[in-house]
Design a protein around this ligand. Structure first.
Ligand code: NAG
Ligand code: NAG
Ligand code: NAG
Length: 652
């Protein structure tokens, strides 16, 4: 089994590769299968053995629902995806997942060159398509923690849960800098502030492991996964926050606001980057050769692969799929390496072959794409460890991951109001009250507290996966003698004159995700407002808002004794009671500007005209006084600062 060396242009690198190759081939094993050879040598060796059909196969990512062993073998399919909610069966177990992924892998390994495939999934707040997985808070909440190391630990836990289903590749993190809360994906963004987003890219180090060298695609081993920084670039800057729309900006502000997170992601060795559906100044990102090939690959030196979004190339034209040949040609020539097709792989395959044979796509471009894909596959150890590690099934929903999610929830909560005046704070709540009311649509609903991208693409209300609701958490926190009354309906006059010590009202948005989640009125859904008015007008109340973005609350704020933004906390409701009842301090600081009205938008920190209800970075603390349930507002301040504050008040 000889190795063919590219001859006349033999630069030093190639010479080196050939030397290594001859060593490897003398042992009878092709160089690319030798784990002690360098990644680049293995890539080069494998690439030169591949036919055009095999190369095009590596560029294909197809949906699991259309995949089967013979399609994988016939087309040399390089990657498979689970779309949002696409599961092997309802409530599939970790073993069901592993069996499915390994079944596909077996088919890939039985092809002529035996190139393993990568299985990819949206694990954007934990392994969220999988029944029983730990669901972490969505990114908007993590931004409020200001804790990059927490993000790293969440990445680590998520990687283990993903590996616990035999999957090696995630389409996360989303490093969008969401400038308009109208955008239905705003909760997938850590912040409106690019610097905060940059810090939270530390999650990549958790997902992939800590690289020894900056800027090279890196996955530490079989307890980590390949990550995706998305969506390149400007996804969070579209006009009025319209999903997949147009980001109008100068190159300078595109770089300073939306691109800087990619500097960090690349430095941290991110394996893949996903193109954005959106346009920049009217040009679709999926076809933007300047920003993908020149800026990202050449100037920023990105060495991993660029993947398109779901039917992203189809959507380059309107209506989608108007001229698929055009889309393939333009997308691949712009620099897309792997195409998330995800269904019509036959047309993609035929178009690619025809476009290369007729010279519209160069062999050089195809080789660049395949080289990048193989580089990631070799560097993550996929050739050595293509199959699921069956010892990891217990990672899905593991107790230590749930504890971590609970920590993330309590650190992400932002206390925006505590007391109608400075002298009557209501938080922390007493665990020893005799009778309390818990009210609202979101108090006892796992689906609602998880939001979109949970079990299904858009998410849904109801008992969709195991977890602890806010009501469960309250019941297990208060003293056994405390009577807990729960009311979901907004309109029953259940509050007045019933002798409640206090009420906890939990309301918010219904689950949503991309496209369907766009919203320009930004109001609390009607039932929630009625619940607040109904309860808070007769009982001392804490309002906990479950939402993917700030909503209009100013008109109702005077009714509330306390107001807490809980974002989309996920499965671990105890993180909420940890801080409501004073076992932990409130630490969260707003990752976004809280506007007064929708007409103020877009309004972001740093704007010349900035008149928010609560500014970016705002967040109160509530300290328990030792021994009883009473509280002192702001008692966490050291005496000296209270003194300075008082002097300041006097001088003013
Ligand atoms: C932006 O949205 C508007 C309104 O829906 C639509 O007409 C326009 O085509 C969109 N632009 C892009 C670039 O998607
Ligand atoms: C579709 O696009 C291809 C490639 O750009 C082009 O050659 C062809 O003429 C287009 N077809 C139509 C019907 O416009
Ligand atoms: C606000 O917008 C959402 C999403 O478009 C819609 O479902 C809701 O009914 C609107 N609410 C009001 C009060 O207009």
């Amino acid at each position: 089994m000889g190795t063919v060396c590219p001859s006349p242009l033999a630069v030093l690198v190639l010479l080196f590769i050939c030397l290594e190759a001859s060593v490897a081939s003398s042992s009878g094993v092709p160089l690319y299968k030798n784990p002690s050879a360098t990644v680049e040598a293995r890539v080069q060796d494998l690439l030169q053995r591949m036919t055009l059909e095999e190369k095009v196969g590596q560029m294909m990512q197809i949906e699991r629902s259309v995949a089967n062993p013979s399609i994988i073998q016939k087309n040399f399919v390089g990657s498979i995806i689970s779309g949002g909610g696409s599961v092997p069966k309802d409530r599939a177990s970790p073993t069901d997942w592993m069996d499915m992924v390994d079944g596909f892998q077996k088919a890939a390994l039985s092809t002529r060159l035996g190139i393993p495939l990568m299985y990819g999934i949206d694990a954007v707040h934990g392994h969220n398509n999988v029944y029983g997985a730990t669901i972490f808070p969505h990114n908007i909440g993590l931004g409020c923690t200001r804790d990059p190391d927490l993000a790293r630990r969440i990445g680590e836990a998520t990687a283990l849960e993903v590996r616990g289903t035999g999957i090696q590749y995630v389409f996360a993190p989303c490093i969008a800098v969401c400038r308009s809360p109208s955008w239905g994906r705003c909760y997938e963004s850590y912040s409106e502030d690019p610097d905060l987003v940059r810090k939270m890219t530390q999650i990549i180090v958790g997902l992939q492991g800590k690289p020894s060298k900056a800027g090279v695609p890196f996955v530490a081993g079989q307890h980590n996964v390949a990550a995706t920084a998305k969506h390149y670039v400007g996804d969070g800057g579209t006009y009025h926050g319209i999903d997949e729309n147009n980001t109008l900006s100068s190159f300078k502000s595109l770089v300073n606001i939306h691109m800087v997170g990619y500097f960090d992601a690349i430095a941290k060795g991110v394996s893949t980057i996903m193109a954005s559906y959106s346009s920049w100044n009217g040009k679709k990102m999926h076809g933007n050769r300047f920003l993908i090939s020149h800026v990202l690959k050449k100037q920023l030196g990105f060495k991993g692969f660029v993947i398109s979004d779901w039917q992203g190339i189809d959507r380059m034209l309107s209506p989608p799929n108007l001229n698929y040949t055009y889309s393939v040609e333009t997308g691949v020539n712009a620099g897309l390496d792997m195409i998330m097709i995800p269904f019509d792989y036959v047309t993609f395959h035929d178009d690619m072959i025809a476009l290369v044979k007729s010279g519209y796509i160069s062999t050089q471009r195809v080789n660049d794409a395949v080289r990048r894909i193989l580089r990631v596959k070799f560097s993550m150890g996929l050739f050595e460890h293509p199959f699921a590690d069956r010892s990891l099934t217990g990672m899905v929903g593991a107790q230590e991951h749930r504890e971590l999610a609970r920590e993330a929830v309590r650190k992400s909560l932002v206390l925006l109001k505590n007391g109608k005046s400075k002298n009557d704070p209501i938080l922390p709540l007493s665990k020893h009250a005799s009778k309390i009311l818990v009210a609202g649509s979101h108090a006892n609903d796992i689906g609602r507290q998880c939001g979109g991208w949970t079990i299904t693409w858009q998410g849904q209300a109801g008992n969709i996966t195991p977890g602890t609701t806010v009501l469960d958490a309250i019941k297990s926190t208060v003293h056994s003698s405390t009577q807990v009354v729960y009311e979901e309906s907004p309109d029953t006059s259940f509050a007045k004159g019933k002798g409640f010590d206090y009420a906890i009202v939990v309301v918010g948005e219904e689950p949503y995700a991309e496209m369907l989640g766009d919203n320009t009125n930004l109001t609390i859904p009607d039932g929630g407002i009625r619940t607040i008015q109904n309860v808070c007008s007769s009982v001392k109340c804490v309002v906990v808002l479950i939402s993917g973005r700030p909503l209009i609350v100013e008109p109702y704020l005077p009714l509330m004794n306390a107001f807490v933004a809980a974002w989309l906390p996920g499965t671990e409701g105890k993180g909420i009671t940890d801080v409501l009842f004073g076992d932990y301090q409130f630490e969260g600081k707003l990752s976004r500007t809280w506007f007064k009205s929708a007409s103020q938008l877009p309004m972001t920190v740093g704007d010349k005209y900035y008149d928010p209800l609560f500014p970016f970075g705002f967040g109160l603390t509530a300290m328990a006084v030792e021994g009883n349930g009473a509280t002192v507002f702001g008692s966490s301040l050291p005496l000296l600062s209270i003194f300075i504050y008082l002097v300041g008040q006097i001088l003013l």
